[in-house]
Design a binder for this molecule. Structure first.
Ligand code: DAH
Length: 338
């Protein structure tokens, strides 16, 4: 009898392990726990046990019954609470679509501009955001008392030198390029710039510019025009029309500003172009001989052109976003559209 109990115990332990769902639970119950089940079979077998052995064997049998009842109750609770250790999969549940990030419109513009200039043989260089007065102004031909310095309201960094600032334009990278590389130089220099300006729909205190510089023997204003127009046609479309307006920058002579027909009204005049039909896209000019000299380049031998434009401005033209702040507010409803 003791042996039979031990054998059944081994079998029941195996069967308990295979209880995985309501069906196997029920199969276990029908096999072992019903009137014609194995446990009842053992109890019935007690009748044949000699009287003097009954108390000892009865005790073992009772313990065994208790073990099986408890194990079954636990298995039942486990199955009924669905606690299988494995998350049930509801295959009818619609999937969650992950939010996939994408390139920000400013970065997209920058990438496109870079691609166009690289296609024309320009390399890409980067400067530093914290500059000194020499690179940001002086070497660019802004004399100390020159009123042109008032054109930019600079963020100075409070240090003992007193001439350290957040760069107000990317033009100082030109100086670093020319000082460290011998001509020919053909580079674009993108980066972040800072100005102490009120934040409005048209201006921010922190924005991006891209600077261009081409220095070689015999570079003329015609090269400048050709390069800027070729770029702008690739950027804004083959049919765009342009206007070079004389302008002034201390670091170029002659200097010009370039306008493109307004993308919104095609030149008829609207709110975006302030009813002029034109939108300014960049400043440019022939690098001033003083700037070349400041960088150790002989203006009698070399000449070159430079240009600079704001990336946010180009992005606004390309996307039709008419408030510059929208580019920085990270409103997904806006960003998702581009
Ligand atoms: N640095 C000028 C600005 O911030 C932009 C500029 C104008 C850059 C003419 C140039 C240039 O290289 O030739 O307004």
């Amino acid at each position: 009898m003791i042996e039979t109990i031990a054998e059944l115990r081994t079998e029941i332990e195996l069967d308990l392990q295979s209880i995985k769902d309501p069906a196997s639970l029920e199969a276990f119950r029908l096999k072992h726990l019903v009137k014609k089940g194995t446990i009842q079979g053992l109890i019935d077998g007690m009748r044949a046990v000699p009287k003097e052995d009954k108390p000892a064997i009865g005790k073992v049998l009772n313990e065994f019954r208790q073990f099986v009842d408890t194990a079954f109750a636990q298995a039942k609770e486990h199955i009924e609470s669905n606690d299988t250790g494995i998350e049930p999969i509801d295959v009818t549940l619609p999937g969650r679509i992950p939010n996939i990030g994408h390139v920000h419109p400013i970065r997209k513009t920058l990438d496109r501009i870079t691609e166009i200039f690289v296609g024309m043989g320009f390399s890409v260089a980067e400067g530093i955001d914290i500059e000194d007065d020499y690179h940001n102004y002086e070497a660019l031909n802004f004399p100390a008392d020159h009123p042109a310095r008032d054109m930019q309201d600079t963020f100075f960094i409070d240090d003992s030198r007193g001439d350290i600032m957040l760069r107000s334009h990317t033009s100082p990278v030109q100086i670093r390029m020319m000082k460290h590389h011998a001509p020919p130089i053909r580079s674009i220099m993108p980066g972040r710039v800072y100005r102490n300006e009120a934040v409005t729909a048209r201006s921010l205190a922190e924005f991006h510019q891209i600077e261009g510089l081409y220095i070689d023997k015999g570079v003329t204003f015609a090269d400048l025009k050709g390069t800027v127009i070729s770029f702008a046609k690739q950027m804004y479309g083959e049919h765009s029309t342009f206007k070079f307006r004389p302008s002034y920058f201390p670091f170029t002579e002659p200097s010009a500003e370039v306008d493109i027909t307004c993308y919104l009204c095609s030149g008829k005049g609207c709110r975006v172009c302030k009813h002029s039909g034109w939108l300014e896209i960049c400043g440019c000019g022939m690098v001033h001989p003083n700037v070349l000299k400041n960088c150790g380049i002989d203006p009698e031998v070399y000449s070159g052109f430079a240009f600079g434009f704001g990336i946010e401005r180009v992005t606004m033209l390309a996307t039709g976003i008419d408030d510059i702040r929208a580019l920085y507010e990270n409103d997904m409803r806006i960003l998702k559209q581009f």
